[in-house]
Design a protein around this ligand. Structure first.
Ligand SMILES: C[S@@+](CC[C@H](N)C(=O)[O-])C[C@H]1O[C@@H](n2cnc3c(N)ncnc32)[C@H](O)[C@@H]1O
Length: 198
């Protein structure tokens, strides 16, 4: 299982945004939608062994489970619609009990730390960071949880949490990439067993 936890700082927590304005009225929900696309889509196929957890402004988390996903399409707008649909049912997420709002899509009333604790069990936690160790120096882990930030830096509290709990902090290359592109590189690293099998 490959998991990606994306910390969305500039993300909506209410469903009152227009699908025509996901890079404005909805903060930078477009960034998070592209992360979902990169994590799941192959050409004409979907990775079933992937889960993505989008933390929305440290309040809610929308989790996507590739094994159960049914209505995910490659365009950002329809992904944003799934997230909006999840937020429309946020009253049903009571305590830490999630609500499944579409097949394979669940909303949790959890911020970064609670989500991290929920999904990090049994995973090798890999923080993706521009200043980390070279990815190529690390053996590909069996069940990685990659943690990355949106278009902002990790906040101080998030950085402290990861400093204490991440097994590794790696960079995928010398350039600072968009979050979704970083996911593509991480997948390629695992797909090739650390650039050894093509
Ligand atoms: C667009 S970058 C964040 C922006 C950057 N921290 C800034 O404020 O200028 C989005 C995220 O992608 C990941 N990322 C980007 N480039 C990376 C690299 N070369 N290696 C590993 N992770 C990277 C990090 O998790 C980063 O927080």
């Amino acid at each position: 299982m490959r998991q990606f936890l994306v910390v969305g700082h500039d993300a909506p927590t209410a469903p009152d945004f227009s699908l025509d304005d996901i890079a404005g009225g909805a903060g930078r929900l477009d960034v998070l939608c592209r992360c979902v696309n990169s994590a799941f889509f192959l050409s004409h196929d979907l990775r079933e062994d992937v889960q993505v957890h989008l933390v929305l402004a440290d309040e809610y988390t929308v989790s996507f489970d590739g094994a159960a996903l049914r209505r995910l399409n490659p365009d950002e707008r329809s992904t944003a619609a799934l997230i909006r649909g999840a937020l429309e049912e946020k009253q049903e997420a009571i305590g830490h009990q999630p609500v499944e709002t579409s097949p394979g899509v669940s909303l949790y009333r959890m911020g970064v730390e609670a989500t991290f604790d929920r999904v990090a069990r049994d995973a090798t936690v890999v923080q993706l960071h521009e200043n980390g160790e070279p990815l190529v120096d690390a053996e590909p882990p069996e069940d990685p949880l990659f943690v990355l930030s949106d278009h902002h830096d990790f906040a101080d509290g998030e950085a402290d949490l990861l400093d204490g709990k991440a097994d590794r902090r790696v960079r995928v290359g010398p350039k600072r990439l968009h979050a979704d592109h970083t996911i593509t590189v991480a997948h390629n690293y695992l797909d090739t067993d650390g650039y050894r099998e093509y």
